[in-house]
Design a protein around this ligand. Sequence first.
Ligand code: ZN
Length: 120
Amino acid sequence: MHELAVCQGLIGEVERVAALNGASEVTSVTVLIGPLSGVEIDLLQNAFPIARAGSVASEAELVVETGDIRVQCTGCGAQGPAAPNKLICSACGDWRVRVVSGDELLLKSVELSRAPASAN
Ligand SMILES: [Zn+2]
């Protein structure tokens, strides 16, 4: 299951961020998923509770943001939006385009909480 592996990778990153910041708990994890990333968001949401179990993010909610697709035309050089099933230049209609964004899968932000300091 691809999405579970993706989630486990995300939790690994989240744990690193939490450790760097001395956080005791992660409350929310926001990811940016491009329409061309090949990740099914429903499957990702289903896999997240499995991946987070036993980690610092065991109570965290998963927030998914979807990005836009943008392509750059190798013919006329224009950059513009495109649809997932129609990757063509919006200016001249050329199909020889390079994907600029839309295939990303990024950990965008992590909300942390710290245990109250006990010594003061
Ligand atoms: Zn063009």
